[in-house]
Ligand binder design. Structure first.
Ligand code: PMV
Length: 372
């Protein structure tokens, strides 16, 4: 089994001195959504996403071997706790983040036992504005997992082949945040077992290596920042509400079905069918929130105003632009790059007025984790 192959640990030559590694990892936007999970971050349905490019996290991971520190003679700690991490966000010390990092490191420790031999310093920054309502957990955990795997690879006497290494990076990122598993490579990543994807796994995401029509290779994602506040209901709570949800099973079936249909669309380049599936997925995700117990609503009046305008514009101009939503009020506009000259003036003139401070972010599909 794959988990067992990740538990087979490579032979490493650990450094006697401290050092650091820097990586970047992008955010991603799901086309078929993951919403609902079982114990251990196992998704209840398969999902697929575009990896993004401009919205990314840059993380520098600094390590100091315990033997080099004042904790004289100490070679390893049994359990990592907050005191083993210093966390800096945009250069500012954030001790509040240390417990979350400690939880993640303890979760992945079975697969990277050497992490107990070091004191850690994490310096992280996002290219998207802090508190913009864009989740930093996908890019943040993908960056951490990517940095740790860079270290393991550089110290390994027998490095993992690239495919297995990407799988292990995604596997580790998943244990931080499910959607982070899909930020490791690009431009399209799927995660969760699906009958049409023989290589699919609940444990890690894979790059979509079937034929993908050229129109999707440079797709645009313009993110309209409708609400830049903190999320009112966390994703963790939202996933949990799917446990007793009256429509959960229908939703999981719908997502599996939509993913099957989307695979055909990605191959043939039918952008209008793409719009139909992607918008259905976004509204189904939010329908789950609106019909859970307790119910909640993350869309804002401006989210709905934009959705209406997107549908009118698409019909009137025959331009295959569609919307999708994450677990928040912001709207992602997806469209083929060749339509930018038509879409961009419309965004500036008609849609930016629905955004907080008129702000939006221009992004496009990208390639995943990179060493800096
Ligand atoms: O990765 P999490 O646990 O934050 O879940 C995120 C789920 C959505 O972003 C709403 C959908 C998805 O598939 O990315």
């Amino acid at each position: 089994m794959v988990t067992e192959s990740f538990l087979t640990l490579p032979q490493l030559e650990l450094p006697s001195k401290g050092g650091s590694i820097t990586v970047t990892a992008p955010s991603n936007i799901a086309l078929v959504k993951y919403w609902g999970k079982s114990q251990g971050q196992i998704p209840r349905n398969a999902s697929i996403s575009f990896t993004l490019s401009n919205c990314f996290t840059k993380t520098t991971l600094g390590f100091t071997p315990f033997s080099e520190q004042s904790k004289a003679g100490q070679e390893m700690v049994n359990d990592l706790d907050d005191s083993n991490f210093e966390v800096f966000v945009d250069g500012l010390s954030k001790p509040d983040f240390a417990p979350k990092i400690a939880t993640f490191f303890n979760r992945i420790e079975a697969y990277l036992p050497w992490i107990r031999s070091f004191q850690w310093r994490i310096d992280t920054e996002n290219t998207f504005p802090h508190g913009s309502g864009i989740a930093s957990s996908a890019s943040g955990f993908a960056a951490l997992a990517g940095a740790l795997m860079e270290l393991e690879n550089s110290w390994s006497l027998d490095p993992l082949p690239p495919e297995l290494r990407a799988q292990k990076t995604s596997f580790l990122a998943r244990l931080g945040s499910g959607s982070a598993s899909r930020s490791v490579l690009g431009p399209l990543m799927y995660w969760g077992t699906h009958p049409a994807l023989p290589a699919s796994s609940d444990l890690f995401a894979c790059i979509l290596d079937q034929e993908v029509h050229a129109v999707f290779i440079d797709y645009k994602d313009t993110i309209l920042l409708v609400d830049q506040g903190e999320k009112e209901v966390s994703s963790t709570l939202g996933h949990n509400l799917m446990h007793d949800h009256p429509f959960a099973n229908q939703r999981f079936d719908q997502a599996q079905d939509n993913l099957g249909k989307l695979l055909a669309v990605l191959a043939c380049g039918d952008t209008h069918e793409f719009c139909r599936i992607v918008e259905t997925e976004a509204l189904s995700l939010h329908a789950m929130m609106m019909t859970s117990n307790p119910s909640y609503l993350l869309m804002k009046p401006n989210t709905l105003a934009i959705i209406e305008k997107v549908r009118i514009f698409r019909r009137a101009n025959n331009v295959p632009v569609c919307f999708t939503l994450d677990a928040g009020a912001n709207v992602h506009l997806l469209y083929p790059a060749k339509f930018t000259p038509q879409v961009m003036p419309w965004i500036q003139n008609e849609l930016s007025g629905h955004c907080q401070a008129g702000q939006f972010i221009e992004d496009q599909v990208g390639q995943g984790v990179k060493k800096v």
